[in-house]
Design a protein around this ligand. Structure first.
Ligand code: SME
Length: 156
């Protein structure tokens, strides 16, 4: 990973280590990601509630997609497939649910524990193909750090 990615990971690891409250942990995570990574135009967390993804903390403009059924959009696809999805050009992906006309690329990383999806990290960028292998590695590590704290949380 680049120094920038490593610094973001170190900062998030430090913030989560002393944070027992899942809401505070999620807020710190989205804030630190958007502060360290300038390409992250919209940075949010969705939490699984039954068969829907429910929007939690985010940094960026308000999204119309506050609840997304499993299987809908890129968010719903990543949760259903239990796998990271990187979309270099959102306008070329028929699954894409538009949040902002400025968005050009997106990465969605499931937050999982013991094979169960708890939620996901969703990042949009106004730059095409903004998300590299370093972003995937960083965000998958962040998802793993968040997962234990979210497993015991109250429902959204
Ligand atoms: N683009 C997402 C919807 C969420 S917004 O980006 C915040 C999707 O296609 O699932």
């Amino acid at each position: 990973m680049t120094d920038r990615h490593q610094h973001a990971l170190d900062a998030i690891r430090g913030a989560l280590a002393g944070e027992p409250d899942p809401q505070q942990a999620m807020e710190a995570t989205v804030t630190l990601l958007s502060t360290h990574l300038p390409d992250y135009t919209w940075t949010g967390i969705y939490l699984l509630d039954g068969n829907e993804l429910c929007l939690g903390p985010f940094v960026g403009r308000p999204s119309p997609h506050t609840r997304i059924p499993l299987g809908r959009g890129i968010c719903g696809a990543a949760a259903a497939e239990k796998a990271t999805i990187v979309v270099d050009d959102v306008n070329a992906d028929p699954r894409y649910l538009a949040c902002s006309i400025d968005t050009r690329s997106e990465i969605v990383v499931p937050i999982m524990l013991d094979g169960d999806v708890l939620g996901e990290l969703d990042i949009d960028s106004s730059r095409p193909a903004a998300f590299t292998a370093d972003d995937r590695e960083l965000l998958e590590k962040v998802a793993a750090l968040l997962a234990p704290g979210l497993a015991g949380r109250a429902r959204p």
